[in-house]
Structures are given as structure tokens and as C-alpha cells.
Design a protein around this ligand. Structure first.
Ligand code: BG6
Length: 487
């Protein structure tokens, strides 16, 4: 297989919040990797902009430290790094004042692609957008990149959309959901729409149910302040899990182009049925020996915010009526495991009476770790003893199947930033999509707040509260096990 890196046109990328955590962890190391992969033209430039008083060299030293911390040694190369750092410059900027804006105006090249990454709190989006226009730095060709959280409910998301729309056209706005940049998530579309095998079966006639699991081992760490105001529903379900669900459930778009794909996703979100209280389980991790539990982590002994959520949802349309989608996500669980499992229906009539009804095809799409796919198929157990059936996996690990190229796979942020430069919005959320997702989420959250529900405690290292198991047991089904890594 040949690795195909298509260089992008030259660009100026301004990172507001260029000294922040996301810039250090993801954006700058990602850009470095794309540089090493020779995707960046020689005269592309990255301009950090934040409050800190760095000069260019100071910022380069700061970025070098971030690369040290967040890139594997195997990717480091002194010469490449020096060349990469030479593309960086820095402008101290006051988002709400006048400082730095004239310098920025004099720096940004408007005759090449110019993108502005708002890696800052949403409270600053409006100020940045206004200044960019006031100082004539942005124009109709500019692109602006914004991060989640995109609002905390429908009202605030509408307000943010309005703030951005006052300065930019929707075609200029790139709302990041980094799950859409994950390799396997895009593979979901390739598998569905690139093979003749699955699409005819992709409906409630053949699919019994679908499970989406995003399990993490980390707790809320140092993000307690943010997280306690969000919880798993706002932090993970409204965006990441919702996007996965959309890609599984949407109708085939006529083309793989941004609006065709996003129109189809929007229809799915709008067809989601409301969730009744008995279809929902929320949990909170408890202390683990001397390690703090959720409430200690967020320093609120009364907190009712969920660090785990499981739910059963249905899509009210012709394709999916009758096929439940079970979603769950949580922190401090048994292992880091994200996967989508499509459970097909059992055969309508079994001719093998000894094993009647026991077997079922399952397509598992593993997002992380060990990205890949497994399809379980039923075969005859080898050897004598009659027609004994057994389910075996047809397994494909992308790392094995793609060999050394699997390592070249860009991480979600790298891919998405390059898509911004290419001007491809397919993997970004459109304003109406985000609003529709909140419109579905808000009443669920309001419901548990009104009822005064308290999340169920669960043990660190478990699979979440026992009640989450009941969600499926009641329907005669079982969650797939959250397996320890490597098993
Ligand atoms: C972020 C959430 O969007 O996604 C975090 O805010 C979560 O709470 C993270 O840990 C998970 O991302 P990934 O790529 O590690 O699965």
C-alpha cells in the first residue's frame, strides 16, 4: 500500500489561545506531525496569539517543550523540529482590548488561505470575531475553527451561532467534534457505503439492536470545574456519541460532500425519540482506596452531576423503528474501550435444532484502542460430533491489515486541521445540527433535574452502576463486556 499524503496549499493559521492546553496537547503536536509527513508547504505559517507576553523565540521554546511532552521520541528529529519551529511566530493579544490587533493585521496574509482557530472559551468568540473584522483581518475567505463545548443548552448554542453568524458565513465556520476525525469513525462510512454487503441489511428488519460504548479509565482530573457543570450527557453524549449514532443511522447521502452528509445526520437527530426516565441510568464514581471519588474530584460533596450515563434511545423513522440504540459512556471504568456493536437478528428459522436461536452475527467496530472491525459468524465446530455450531470472529485489526502505514494515520486533530485548510467541512458540525442535538438533550436533562434524580454510585474499575445492566436485561439483551485492554 502506498502512503498518499496530499500537500495542502499554503496557509496562515492563527491560534487564539496558542498557549493553552489544547494547543499544547493536540493542535501544535498535530501540526508538527503533518509537517513531518510533508503535508505542509514550505511557506505555511502558524501564528500563536494569547495573553502571555512571549516574543517569537520564547514561543518557539514553549512549543518545543510541548512537543517534548506530547510526542513520542520516535517522531522527534532535531532538524525537522527546527524547521517546524521556524514557521511559528507569536503575537501577544488582548481579545477584549486593542493590544496586538494591528500587529496581527500586518502579519496575516490575506492572499493565501487564512484560518483562525478559536481555542478559547466560548465567551470570547464574539470579541474575537468582532476584532477580526474591525481590524480587517478576516474577510469572506477566512475560516474560523471553534471547539466544543458549543453551548450548554439550546439557548446558549443559538446565541453562539448568532455571534458567529454576525461575522462569518456558515461555510466559513468549522465546529470541531474530534470524534469525527478519528480514523475508524470515518471507516464507519466507508464500511456502510463502500460495500454492497452491509447496506441491504442495515435496518430494523435485520438489525436487532445497536450498542455504542465509550468507556474511559480516566477521571475528571484537573477539569472538575468544567466537568461538574457539564456531566457525561453534555460532555460526551450530546456531541461525540450523537455523532457516532448519526453515522450509523443516517440514510446514504447522494454524495460525500459536506451538506449532503450533514443534511442526513440532521434528519437522524430530529427523528430521535424523547427518552423516558426508565430508559436512562446516571452514575457517579466512588472513591477507590485512598484515591478520591467524583465528589472529591470536583470538590462538591453534594454534586449530582453524572460521570456515567447509559440510555436506550429509538429513532422514529422507517429504517429504524423497532431497533433500539443503547448508548453508554463513563469515566473511571474498567478499561479504555470505545466501540460500536451492531447485533443482527437471529436467523428466522434454524434448521439446526440442537442450537436453535443461540447464534447471532455481530459487527463490532472498534474505535480505540486497537482500531479495527470484527464480524462474528456462525460456523460448524470442526471435528466429529454432529452439527455443533459455534460463533467465530472474522477479525481485522487495522494495524495488522495496513502494516506500517497504520502508524502514519493522522490523529483526529491533525486530520481535522488539514480539512480546515483544504476547506472541507464534511467532518465538522453545522450550526443546525448542534442546535438539534441540544433540542433533544435539553428536556432529558431538565427531566432529571425536575425529578431531583441522584446519580447511582459505581466502583472505580467497574462497568458502571448495576442499573445500567438492567436497561438491557429488561429487554432480554446484554451489554458487551468492557474488556481489559489487549484482551
Ligand atoms: C472530550 C471530553 O471531548 O473527549 C473528555 O471533554 C473526554 O471528557 C474526551 O475524555 C475523550 O476523547 P478520546 O479521544 O480520548 O476518546
Amino acid at each position: 500500500m502506498v502512503s498518499r499524503v496530499i500537500p495542502v496549499d499554503t496557509f496562515d493559521l492563527v491560534i487564539f489561545g496558542g498557549t493553552g492546553d489544547l494547543a499544547r496537547r493536540k493542535i501544535l503536536p498535530g501540526l508538527y506531525r503533518r509537517f513531518v509527513a510533508e503535508q505542509m508547504p514550505a511557506d505555511a505559517r502558524i501564528i500563536g496569539a494569547a495573553r502571555s507576553e512571549f516574543d517569537d523565540d520564547g514561543y518557539r521554546a514553549f512549543v518545543a517543550e510541548a512537543l517534548d511532552e506530547f510526542l513520542p521520541a520516535s517522531l522527534r528529529d532535531a532538524k525537522a523540529e527546527a524547521e517546524f519551529l521556524a514557521r511559528l511566530s507569536y503575537i501577544p493579544i488582548d481579545a477584549r482590548g486593542t493590544g496586538g490587533w494591528k500587529e496581527l493585521a500586518a502579519t496575516v496574509r490575506k492572499d493565501v488561505i487564512h484560518a483562525f482557530y478559536f481555542s478559547v472559551g466560548p465567551g470570547l468568540f464574539g470579541d474575537l470575531a468582532e476584532r477580526l473584522h474591525e481590524y480587517k483581518i478576516a474577510d469572506a475567505q477566512s475560516r474560523v475553527v471553534v471547539e466544543k463545548p458549543f453551548g450548554r443548552d439550546l439557548e446558549s448554542a443559538r446565541a453562539l451561532n448568532a455571534v458567529l453568524a454576525a461575522s462569518f458565513d456558515e461555510t466559513q465556520i468549522y465546529r470541531i467534534d474530534h470524534y469525527l476525525g478519528k480514523e475508524t469513525v470515518q471507516n464507519l462510512m466507508a464500511v456502510r457505503f463502500g460495500n454492497v454487503l452491509f447496506e441491504p441489511l442495515w435496518n430494523s428488519q435485520y438489525i436487532d439492536h445497536i450498542q455504542i460504548t465509550v468507556a474511559e479509565t480516566v477521571g475528571v482530573g484537573g477539569r472538575g470545574g468544567y466537568y461538574d457543570k457539564s456531566g457525561a450527557m453534555r460532555d460526551m453524549v450530546q456531541n461525540h456519541l450523537m455523532q457516532l449514532l448519526c453515522l450509523i443511522a443516517m440514510e446514504p447521502p447522494s454524495h460525500f460532500d459536506p451538506d449532503a452528509v450533514r443534511d442526513e445526520k440532521l434528519k437522524v437527530i430530529r427523528a430521535l425519540e424523547p427518552i423516558e426516565p426508565h430508559q436512562l441510568v446516571r452514575g457517579q464514581y466512588g472513591p477507590d482506596g485512598d484515591k478520591p471519588g467524583y465528589r472529591e474530584d470536583v470538590e462538591d460533596p453534594q454534586s449530582r452531576t453524572e460521570s456515567f450515563i447509559a440510555m436506550k434511545t429509538q429513532i422514529a423513522n422507517w429504517r429504524w423503528a423497532g431497533t433500539p440504540f443503547y448508548l453508554r459512556t463513563g469515566k473511571k471504568l474498567k478499561s479504555r474501550m470505545s466501540e460500536i456493536a451492531i447485533f443482527f437478528k437471529r436467523t428466522r428459522h434454524s434448521i439446526f435444532t440442537e442450537n436453535e436461536g443461540e447464534h447471532q452475527n455481530v459487527l463490532i467496530i472498534r474505535l480505540q484502542p486497537d482500531e479495527g472491525m470484527t464480524l462474528t459468524v456462525t460456523i460448524k465446530e470442526p471435528g466429529p460430533g454432529g452439527m455443533r455450531l459455534v460463533d467465530v470472529p472474522l477479525d481485522m485489526s487495522f494495524a495488522e491489515a495496513l502494516g506500517p502505514h497504520a502508524e502514519d494515520v493522522p490523529d483526529a486533530y491533525e486530520r481535522l486541521i488539514m480539512d480546515v485548510i483544504r476547506g472541507n467541512q464534511t467532518l465538522f458540525m453545522r450550526g443546525d445540527e448542534v442546535e438539534a442535538a441540544w433540542a433533544w438533550t435539553d428536556p432529558i436533562i431538565e427531566g432529571w433535574q425536575k425529578r431531583g434524580d441522584v446519580p447511582k454510585p459505581y466502583d472505580t474499575g467497574s462497568s458502571g452502576p448495576d442499573d445500567a445492566l438492567m436497561l438491557l436485561h429488561r429487554d432480554g439483551r446484554r451489554w458487551r463486556e468492557i474488556r481489559p485492554e489487549g484482551s
